[in-house]
Each structure stands twice: as C-alpha cells, then as structure tokens.
Write a new protein. Structure first.
Length: 296
C-alpha cells in the first residue's frame, strides 16, 4: 500500500473513532450488553466470529478491547470504551453489542469494574481442559517470540507488557517442562510469578468464584470449549437463548478459528505432571458448577 493510501486509511480510522467518541459523549453510542470474558486459548476467537454472523449480534471493531483489565485503557473512560463499538444509534433495541477479551476472566480486579459499569451485564466464559490449554498458550508465546511480536506501551500495563516483551526477546525460548515446573513451585509456595501464567490461568475455580461474588449465577454462562467442536450448533443455539435473540441458521459456520499448530505433542511426563497438579482444582470447579467435564 502506498504512503498516500496508508495515510488515507489512518485518517479514515481516526475520523470514525472521533465520530464514535462524540456520539458516546452525547449518549447516542450503544453500550455492550454482554461480554465473552475468556479464558485465553479456550476458543474465544472462534465464538466471537460465530456470534457476529447472527444479524442481531454486533461485535466490537477489534476483538480484544482490553478495557476492564488494562489500567492504561480503563483510565480513558467509558466514552473511549464505547467508541470501540459500531456506530449504532438506538433505533432497533433488538441489537446486542459485545466484545471478547479473554483476560477478563483471569485478572481479579475485572469483575468489580464490570459490575460498576453494568450490574446487568451478561457474561460468557469458556473453559477448556487446563492441561491442553497450558500447552496451547506456551506454543502461542513461542510462535510470537519467533515472529518478534512486542506489546505496545500505549495499550498494555507495564505488569503485562514488560515481562512478556522480555520473554519475546529471549534468544532461547524456555522449554515447556521448565516453565511448568517453575510455576508449580511458585503456586505451591504462594509466590508471585511474572507473566505468562501458563498454569494459573487454568485454575478456573478461583476466577469464576470471583464473578459469582459480583453477579448472579444466571448472568454467567459457563461453557466447555469442546462443545464448540462436538456440538457447535446446539451450543450456539443455547447461547442465542441465553442472550434472548432469535434462533439462527448456524450451519454456514464450518470450523474453529485460529486453531494452534504444534511442532510436537506434549510429553507424557509433562502431561501426567499437570494432570496431578490440576486434579484438586478441577474437583473444586466441578463442585462449584455442579457438573463435571470429561477432560482427558
């Protein structure tokens, strides 16, 4: 793309943001009424894209707004947040705006912020076998390190940005076994550990319990991400009922998005170590939800 074209694209994007921000200040910008809150590497991108196919469901212009979890964004205020959504004047009340930020489930200060924003907000949480989730996240960081991906100072807090950028610049990306052994030791000793939190993000019990302390359980829909693979149509239908929108012909949706590719499978030793580590946490989760997921 030429320089003039690039300037034109940036100018157009800036103009749309200014217009959306102005509408928000005037109270004409619609607000999201539900959020996909996570978890990371549990199919939130796939679910986000599936739902945007529904004529009544409109996603934010960017999938991960990271408003409630990153202080640098939260301090910009609700008008800035609303500017991230499609310009939709309050004409048809049947529309539902939403966004998907998988870190919302993990960080402990997020539930209170969302409740302050809207105590009636509906929330969708995806969970996944924490063993495979941890390996998927490790592979994601490894791929990003190879690609030289860095986190922007203007969007990410230092507590997130600095350790992850340090990891991205490492010449010798740490082995998965090395990462999980170090984190198991830190969690067992109740010690703080810099990002990425490969194992802690899979301890869903604590994360969901925080949300249940701020929202009625009927406002938090918890789904096993495996259902998007094995019972996709039924799962999307259940979400439509939860959101109180019309049923939709989801048959055009064909496959999951951003499916990770691994150069090699997780070792049997690492898998067994994690099965043992997560066993008590999973039992607490199943008791909390009143149902058991068949994670193997």
């Amino acid at each position: 793309m030429g320089s003039w074209q690039s300037h034109g694209v940036r100018a157009g994007k800036f103009a749309r943001q200014v217009l959306a921000l102005g509408l928000s200040v005037l109270g004409l910008q619609r607000r999201p009424c539900f959020l996909i809150i996570g978890a990371m590497k549990c199919g939130t991108t796939s679910l986000h894209n599936y739902l945007t196919e529904h004529p009544q469901l409109w996603g934010a212009g960017e999938k991960e707004v990271s408003f409630f979890d990153q202080n640098v964004n939260y301090r910009r205020g609700f008008a800035w947040y609303h500017s991230k959504f499609p310009i939709a004047l309050p004409i048809n009340e049947n529309f539902r705006l939403f966004e998907s930020t998988p870190s919302y489930l993990y960080y402990p200060w997020v539930p209170e912020r969302i409740r302050t924003y809207d105590r009636n907000m509906k929330l969708i949480a995806l969970v996944r076998d924490p063993v495979s989730r941890a390996y998927s996240e490790w592979n994601m960081w490894r791929h990003r390190s190879e690609a030289g991906t860095l986190f922007d100072k203007g969007r990410w807090d230092a507590r997130t940005r600095v350790p992850l950028n340090r990891l991205m610049w490492r010449g010798d990306f740490p082995d998965f076994r090395q990462c999980i052994e170090r984190e198991i030791q830190a969690i067992s000793a109740s010690k703080a550990l810099a990002e990425p939190h490969l194992l802690a993000r899979g301890i869903y019990f604590d994360q969901l319990e925080r949300y249940f302390a701020h929202f009625p359980r009927e406002q938090v829909l918890v789904l096993d991400s495996g259902a998007l693979k094995t019972n996709r149509i039924e799962t999307l239908d259940s979400i439509a009922r939860y959101l109180d929108v019309a049923q939709h012909a989801w048959t055009k949706q064909s496959e999951l998005h951003l499916v990770g590719e691994y150069s090699k499978p997780m070792s049997g030793e690492s898998k067994e170590m994690l099965r043992e580590f997560y066993k008590p946490y999973n039992e607490r989760l199943f008791n909390l939800l009143g149902r058991e997921y068949k994670w193997k």
